[in-house]
Design a protein around this ligand. Structure first.
Ligand SMILES: *[C@@H]1O[C@H](CO)[C@@H](O)[C@H](O)[C@H]1NC(C)=O
Ligand SMILES: *[C@@H]1O[C@H](CO)[C@@H](O)[C@H](O)[C@H]1NC(C)=O
Ligand SMILES: *[C@@H]1O[C@H](CO)[C@@H](O)[C@H](O)[C@H]1NC(C)=O
Ligand SMILES: *[C@@H]1O[C@H](CO)[C@@H](O)[C@H](O)[C@H]1NC(C)=O
Ligand SMILES: *[C@@H]1O[C@H](CO)[C@@H](O)[C@H](O)[C@H]1NC(C)=O
Ligand SMILES: *[C@@H]1O[C@H](CO)[C@@H](O)[C@H](O)[C@H]1NC(C)=O
Ligand SMILES: *[C@@H]1O[C@H](CO)[C@@H](O)[C@H](O)[C@H]1NC(C)=O
Ligand SMILES: *[C@@H]1O[C@H](CO)[C@@H](O)[C@H](O)[C@H]1NC(C)=O
Length: 744
């Protein structure tokens, strides 16, 4: 208790040093006090944990002068709530905070643990999880592992929630385009078409493609035309995938042709280098496929045939698909080739016709370069189409057509009546966790994003990123530049190269490009007609919008397309694109104290920049090795253990520690510009910054597996003797404090 009091005393003596005017002080104190009381009441309703803290301040009120005004926005209240679960009444509790407390999340309250204990045995700690196998790419990887115990929602979910908020916000003075997006979302949420309507809609569309093949008297539509129509108008890529993106140097957008995605779990055999479907999933799929066709009035015999052919052709095609890692090691990615050459290698497809349809009205010619990501598959696919066509047409069976119609149905499935749901579950076995019920809003947000990504990026910026956000990017980048220049590089050449490279790059927000001008956006969505009621017809419009976006990207050769759901910076030419999706709470909010924004998003961006720009820093700068070893030696002084760090751990320790330094210096710079900053939970400035850093660091990014201790330990090291930290923060366990005297 006496110890507590002296720490508090010290903390408030520090605050008192900043006192300037007695009058303003009284005023501020009164006002602040009222607000604090409010905050106190509110917060205690949510959790009792803050009580200690509130009490702590109330008791000390005569000293709490010139304290920054508390931030009482709803976003700040949520920060306060989370902090209260993390910190106790003493500032020193930070250092004992453990991210992954193994306490059940239900008893969420205080998760205070006494010591940092982590069994580190060199490489042992390096968990896999960064590398994912599998032959298919999904745009939304499951993030169920990401549940953090301290109620920071994972970043992807937070972003989806932010988009939901925009889509559900009452229509005020929003643009026509935004109204359309909201209308789409609303019909998705309240989609109430009857089963009969759904059946009718699906059947009508299938008829447009020539209907189901029947053995007698059926004329097969031309395959190339069917394929082109499916891809261009219905966003359905049966035999291969087509998208637009930069080449590996990230300097220009190209048409990219890839292996298709299959709706089954795929197994990769690394001995034969072949893929196959997981045989267990085929049986339930087969029966749900038949159920689906029965719903659509296809006879039992025919449905058995269509489903059988569909699955057998899929199983054949899949053999030559391979996971990314294999294609990378065999140089199968980013294969430059002209459309003419492609036509010669894979003649069963009319490539020019298909690509022209997909990118209409952008001209595509035979001499254009496309990038292939699995040439052997494409050749094999072409051979398979030819041979299947020849053998099956003799016996009046049309597997290629059945295959394409089944693919179309898969595309339509999300917009059909919920009787189709159980079937859909099996169809998307490979994507969704079987038992996980996708909440309606999440599904609808994802669907809306597919058609309206461009607009939603724009809206995200309008709603969430203010000047402060852009300032944060430039502050972090400037400090980052200084940091890189000050490193001890192995030789002059490396140093010059790195410093010049970093100087030549400009960080910018993903929406700061020509693509996002209001005019262009209105024009882009101008022809789209959204219905107030009919989700199915809106859904078809959305499929068309995806084509529109693709062709638009192709004309923007100098502009990157950043997925609106992206939360990681990327290179594009001389730019570093910071996705606008990073700027949503809990990592960032315009009402937050800057301490929170810099402590959370600031460190995240700094970390991403370090990973992006200095992928092999350890081999090039001795600073990185020295710093990581210094941090680690501090750890070994407080914890018993003798092990040394693996190179990836060394790297990560350096990255995280440097990110913390960069963000703190940037925050300091921002304070020098304007010393005004608000507070949360009675914490302010550096104190609040560090608390926020610890919170954000618990968000398990993919690299966190390599960090051999709790992120809060970095604060301990940073604050040893450091001018960066307010004095009372150097209250590491007094035993070890004497030992921790060198600065890293
Ligand atoms: C740490 O982990 C190693 C290997 O997993 C194990 O042998 C050792 O007993 C553990 N040490 C402690 C203190 O748990
Ligand atoms: C669907 O919902 C809308 C509004 O919620 C209603 O006007 C319409 O009649 C409903 N349609 C059916 C088929 O229930
Ligand atoms: C749906 O269609 C079937 C057959 O076409 C018909 O018997 C049934 O009455 C229809 N149901 C509704 C609700 O319209
Ligand atoms: C892209 O990078 C590759 C190798 O990294 C290089 O060979 C090629 O010339 C580069 N292309 C451009 C356009 O810079
Ligand atoms: C499969 O690929 C590996 C390298 O990834 C190679 O060493 C091996 O020879 C290949 N096996 C076959 C059967 O081609
Ligand atoms: C598609 O078009 C190409 C090029 O005209 C042609 O060689 C091929 O036979 C067509 N494919 C089918 C299945 O009709
Ligand atoms: C500091 O913040 C307060 C409250 O937000 C504001 O009234 C005041 O003008 C600010 N002062 C400066 C120097 O920005
Ligand atoms: C932070 O800014 C203050 C001036 O406001 C300066 O005196 C101090 O040295 C800075 N701290 C660091 C670590 O740069």
């Amino acid at each position: 208790m006496t110890q507590n009091s002296s720490a508090e005393q010290e903390f408030f003596e520090l605050s008192q040093e900043r006192v300037q005017s007695r009058e303003s002080r009284t005023f501020v104190r009164n006002q602040w006090f009222g607000l604090l009381f409010c905050q106190f009441c509110l917060a205690s309703c949510i959790t009792g944990a803050i009580m200690g803290l509130g009490y702590y301040f109330l008791r000390e009120k005569p000293l709490a002068t010139q304290a920054p005004l508390p931030c009482l926005s709803p976003a700040c209240m949520r920060v306060a709530e989370r902090l209260s679960a993390v910190i106790g009444p003493q500032p020193c509790d930070y250092f004992q905070f453990i991210c992954k407390a193994e306490i059940s999340a239900k008893s969420s309250g205080k998760h205070k643990s006494i010591i940092i204990s982590h069994n580190v045995t060199g490489t042992e700690e390096v968990r896999s999880g960064v590398v994912k196998g599998g032959g298919r790419r999904t745009d939304s990887e499951s993030d169920s592992e990401r549940k953090s115990d301290h109620s920071l929602p994972d970043r992807q979910t937070a972003l989806l929630e932010a988009i939901k908020e925009i889509l559900e916000s009452p229509k005020r003075d929003i643009t026509r385009a935004a109204q359309k997006a909201q209308m789409f979302y609303n019909t998705c949420m309240r989609s109430n078409n009857t089963l009969n309507e759904s059946i009718y809609n699906a059947q009508t569309l299938i008829q447009q493609f020539g209907g189901w093949p029947v053995p007698v008297g059926w004329k097969q539509p031309e395959l190339n035309s069917t394929l082109a129509l499916l891809m261009s108008k219905y966003n359905t890529f049966s035999f291969f995938n087509v998208y637009v993106g930069p080449d590996q140097n990230g300097s220009k957008n190209y048409i990219q042709i890839d292996q298709p995605e299959f709706q089954f779990p795929i197994e990769w055999n690394s001995h034969t280098n072949r893929s196959k479907f997981n045989s267990q999933s085929l049986r339930p799929f087969f029966s749900s496929c038949r159920e689906l066709l029965t719903l659509l009035d296809v006879s039992f015999i025919s449905s058995t045939q269509h489903c059988g052919l569909y699955m057998s052709l899929s199983s054949t095609l899949v053999t030559n698909t391979s996971p990314h890692s294999h294609r990378l090691s065999h140089n199968l990615l980013y294969h430059h080739i002209t459309i003419q050459e492609l036509q010669e290698m894979a003649p069963a497809i009319d490539w020019l016709k298909c690509l022209q349809a997909i990118f209409h009205p952008v001209p595509v010619s035979k001499s254009d370069i496309v990038l292939l990501h699995n040439l052997p598959y494409i050749i094999y696919m072409s051979e398979t189409i030819s041979s299947w066509r020849q053998t099956h047409e003799k016996i009046n069976s049309f597997p290629l057509h059945s295959f394409m119609i089944m693919n179309l149905l898969q595309t339509l499935m999300p917009a059909l009546h919920n009787t189709f749901m159980p079937t859909m579950k099996h169809f998307s076995l490979a994507i969704d966790n079987e038992n996980e019920v996708v909440p309606g809003w999440r599904h609808c947000v994802l669907q809306t994003v597919k058609g309206f990504d461009l607009l939603i990026s724009h809206l995200l910026k309008d709603y969430y990123v203010d000047k402060e956000g852009e300032k944060l990017i430039s502050d972090i980048y400037n400090t980052f530049k200084t940091k890189v220049a000050s490193l001890n590089w192995q030789n002059k050449d490396t140093q010059d190269f790195m410093v010049n490279k970093i100087k030549s790059l400009t960080p910018r927000l993903s929406t700061n490009s020509e693509l996002f001008s209001q005019l262009k956006i209105d024009e882009h969505f101008g022809e789209v007609i959204m219905s107030e009621k009919l989700y199915f017809s809106n859904y078809l419009q959305m499929l068309g919008l995806q084509q529109k976006m693709r062709s638009r990207m192709l004309t923007q050769t100098e502009q990157p397309y950043t997925d609106v759901l992206s939360i990681q910076p990327i290179f594009f030419g001389n730019d570093i694109i910071i996705p606008v999706g990073m700027f949503v709470s809990p990592q960032f909010h315009s009402s937050y104290p800057r301490a929170v924004n810099y402590g959370m998003l600031g460190t995240l961006i700094a970390k991403d920049l370090l990973h992006l720009l200095l992928p092999d820093i350890l081999s090039q700068s001795e600073s990185a090795v020295l710093v990581s070893e210094c941090v680690w030696s501090h750890y070994l002084k407080t914890q018993k253990g003798t092990s040394s760090l693996s190179p990836s751990q060394q790297q990560e320790v350096w990255v995280q520690y440097s990110a913390l330094q960069v963000a703190l210096l940037s925050y300091n710079k921002s304070l020098q510009r304007n010393s005004n900053d608000t507070s949360v939970s009675g914490l302010s400035h550096t104190h609040l910054f560090l608390a926020s850093f610890i919170q954000a660091s618990c968000d398990s990014g993919s690299y966190k597996a390599y960090l051999p201790f709790e992120p809060s330990f970095l604060v301990t090291v940073l604050c040893v003797n450091s001018v960066h930290c307010p004095r009372p923060l150097t209250c590491v366990d007094t035993r070890s404090q004497r030992q921790l005297s060198t600065l890293c």
